[in-house]
Write a protein of this length. Structure first.
Length: 563
């Protein structure tokens, strides 16, 4: 034991020296600008409570030890590199987010400061928490523009959903309405003034001492770090609509991922958010490159979602946007996102094809949702749709519904043609200008479709594919099916069945694809009229890459037997 202790202590000293060196040369600030411990880390007075300058640390201080991690199968499961290429790490740089927030502040100028502060809750959470601890509000645009700032939340703001945010969320009130809209509780400092670093594993005393002496954070095991309720804080959002006179006129359940999951079979099966979005790496894996213990069930920190388009957009315009992740890191996350969309999101099948003497073709298509929430879920700009093509023996197109143009527009789709209309839910499709689009359409109090979050008080349509086990007859109002899909007996938990009855005499083959677009054409186009740098920049980015704005999630094909 003595020999082991001596060796461990020697390595610990070397590790501490390395990490202290990294801290000293970082742009966090000089020793004079913040309290330091003997090892060079930040400390907080126990009586200070949430001292703003000691609440969080930039991700660079975590990446020094939580990179260069490899699983037994050779897979790179580095926590830092995986996170850096994720949408979580880039939540404050996302040009669509910044453009949309700017739009809302223009539309509702009297509430501009509150809008920035509210949106910062989940897109710049460290800066928001620090601002509130200082008695001020977070300013998203100030933080986004000031890339050189290292104090007052600048660097931490640009870190987006950074390490020391999620790993300091306390279990208090998680899963309750009080925690939604990013209203999580930050764990208070320990009695010695140091901050907690909450994780799924029980740390040994030696490694806990090393991390504490170098960073000012002390590891603690916390079971809630693996629970869906942790994610629910920022992925359950209720927005308040503002009228022309500046008064609140209603509210909207903008994102209900957690509630959808709770109403699905996945919740009963204990298949939570992390099981799909942070799947465990093959183990055992070292959790740190310096003195890291090997652990089973190390969660990957890629945070896979469905927004490959934005990852590629940020990569393409990386210099202008100020992305920190390497091109390879963003590309790896984008490719992993597409793989997840193709393998784990939905399936599609053609169950029956029949032709009649008059040339009418009947095609039954079934789409199945494989996720634990609605698909698409989350922000209402997302949509999925069916693209069906009937061809003759020579490959000539006889009928087509749902073709996407190079601009990202779906041909024949009402919403893409006019902002005042939207495509209904279909049980049967009989013409090329009818498209089955799975989406939520927000509406104003007057019933007009809108893409303005703070104009919307209800949904005019919500036929997003339901997860397995979702009973639409017992769903609460905030996750209800809205529109024609509510009465469609073939639209149920886990799947939707659509009949195509189309003029396609001579058809020899049918192909159908389920396509997904994280930023629908109308949502991008509705930013056109805003004379501000953020909307102008995003529209320019979107137009440059619009041809790749959607992904094919699943496909099926069938041959046609002549009548």
């Amino acid at each position: 034991m003595r020999a082991a202790t001596k060796t461990s202590g020697t390595l610990a000293t070397a590790a501490a020296a390395l990490c202290v060196s990294l801290l000293i040369t970082s742009d966090r600030g000089s020793a004079q600008s913040q309290p330091q411990s003997a090892a060079g880390s930040r400390t907080a007075s126990p009586a200070a409570g949430h001292d703003p300058e000691s609440m969080f640390a930039p991700a660079t201080e975590c990446l020094a030890c939580h990179n260069n991690l490899t699983g037994p199968d050779g897979e790179d499961v580095s926590i830092g590199a995986s996170w850096r290429g994720s949408m979580m790490a880039n939540s404050a740089r996302d040009p669509y987010v910044l453009a949309s927030v700017r739009r809302e502040t223009i539309d509702h100028a009297s509430h501009a400061a509150d809008i920035e502060d509210e949106c910062a809750s989940c897109h710049m959470p460290a800066a928001k928490q620090m601002a509130h601890a200082s008695g001020t509000k977070a300013s998203m645009f100030t933080h986004a523009a000031d890339r050189g700032a290292t104090a007052g939340g600048g660097e931490l703001a640009r870190d987006g959903v950074t390490c020391t945010v999620c790993h300091q969320v306390a279990p208090d009130r998680l899963g309750t309405p009080e925690s939604f809209n990013g209203n999580f509780v930050v764990s208070p400092p320990l009695a010695n003034g140091r901050r907690r670093a909450l994780g799924p594993f029980q740390p040994d005393a030696g490694r806990r001492r090393i991390m504490s002496s170098v960073t000012g954070f002390e590891q603690e095991q916390a079971a809630h770090i693996r629970e869906s309720e942790l994610c629910a804080s920022c992925h359950t959002l209720i927005t308040k609509a503002i009228g022309p006179d500046g008064r609140v006129i209603g509210s909207l359940p903008e994102q209900m991922n957690y509630q959808e999951w709770r109403h699905s079979a996945f919740a009963a099966e204990r298949r939570g958010c992390q099981s799909c979005h942070m799947p465990a790496a093959a183990g055992p894996v070292r959790v740190a490159s310096v003195l890291g213990e090997t652990r089973d069930r190390l969660s990957r920190h890629t945070f896979l979602g469905g927004n490959a388009f934005m990852l590629r957009l940020m990569n393409y315009f990386r210099s202008e946007i100020g992305v920190v992740a390497t091109s390879a890191e963003l590309d790896a996350t984008a490719r992993a996102t597409v793989r997840q969309l193709e393998q784990d999101t939905a399936s599609i099948a053609i169950e029956r094809v029949s032709s009649s003497a008059n040339g009418t073709l009947a095609v039954d298509v079934v789409v199945r949702n494989l996720t634990g929430h609605k698909f698409p879920t989350g922000y209402p700009s997302r949509r999925a749709w069916l693209h069906l093509v009937a061809r003759d023996a020579s490959g000539n197109v006889l009928f087509e519904s749902g073709r996407v143009a190079e601009t990202g527009r779906i041909e024949g789709e009402d919403r893409d043609t006019a902002d005042t209309a939207f495509e209904p839910h279909y049980e049967e499709i009989s013409s090329a200008d009818q498209v089955q689009v799975y989406e939520s359409v927000m509406g104003t109090p007057e019933g007009k479709p809108t893409t303005g979050l703070l104009q919307a008080t209800r949904y005019l349509k919500d036929n997003r594919l339901l997860p397995r086990g979702f009973d639409k007859s017992t769903a609460s109002p905030e996750i209800a099916v809205i529109g024609q899909a509510a009465a469609d007996a073939d639209f149920a938990g886990g799947e939707d069945r659509v009949r195509y009855r189309i003029p396609a005499a001579g058809a020899a083959s049918i192909t159908v694809a389920l396509r997904y677009q994280p930023i629908a054409y109308r949502w991008a186009r509705n930013l056109d009229g805003y004379d501000a740098s953020e909307p102008r920049a995003f529209v320019r980015y979107y137009d440059a890459l619009a041809s790749s704005s959607s992904v094919v999630v699943a496909t099926a094909q069938a041959t046609v037997t002549p009548h």
